[in-house]
Design a protein around this ligand. Sequence first.
Ligand SMILES: [Zn+2]
Length: 273
Amino acid sequence: MYDTHAHVNFNAYKDDFEAVLKRAFEKDVSVINVGSQLSTSARAVEMARQYEKAYAAVGLHPIHLEDMEVEEEHANFTTRREEFDYHAYRELASQEKVVAIGETGVDFFHTDGEDKIAKQKQVFVEHVKLANELALPLIVHCRGKKDNIGGAYVDVLKILQEHKPKAGGVMHCYVGPAELLKSFLDLGFYIGFNGVLTFDKTGTVEKSLLATPLDRVLTETDCPYLTPPPFRGKRNEPAYVEYIVGKIADVLELPIDEIKKKTGENARALFSI
Ligand SMILES: [Zn+2]
């Protein structure tokens, strides 16, 4: 199995990351730790160097473009504004076992103001350039305003259509409208599913899974967030990706082993593992 979007590189695991990774590896889960700023990206690269089944993605998350208070399950934190330093990220991304650029994209949930939104889009385009320069796929984060979730997806789609990521990518944690899904698939993108699939009561995410060909489905946890049952309310970790695999098997009415095999092939194909 593959957890294609984990953050064991975050502070939430600073005291026990070794045990957390060990529990994943014991379940035969390979882990892609995804950076959110230069420091966490560097930490992901370091973990990839240290552990055979760990890989890294490097990027500057849109919420780190400004100072703000962020409230998430198991992690309330203050972000410190970071400027995107193309050369620093390029150097980091050129290291061994860096398999993607990200996470990058837009986050309007935490952001107001046209200038801030314009800045997010501009930095996102820089990430696409970097991914194309290094022939790496993109890990895209997209979060809209509560009352306009689809709007952010329209903006991201437009940027991807204009700037064409050569090595493709993944729409991580896809919660957009099912009608837009086809456009992302047409761009060659994969779709990342995580705990939201297990607890989304609107049924939107399940609908999106049913509309995604199995050869484009990726499994992820987005740990420490989005913990699936039976551990809902606790800190998430890569070993729990088995509950995502199980839920996908349920929804698609296919054997778990087949989901493991197919999503594993997908992860290896996109990230050249
Ligand atoms: Zn993430």
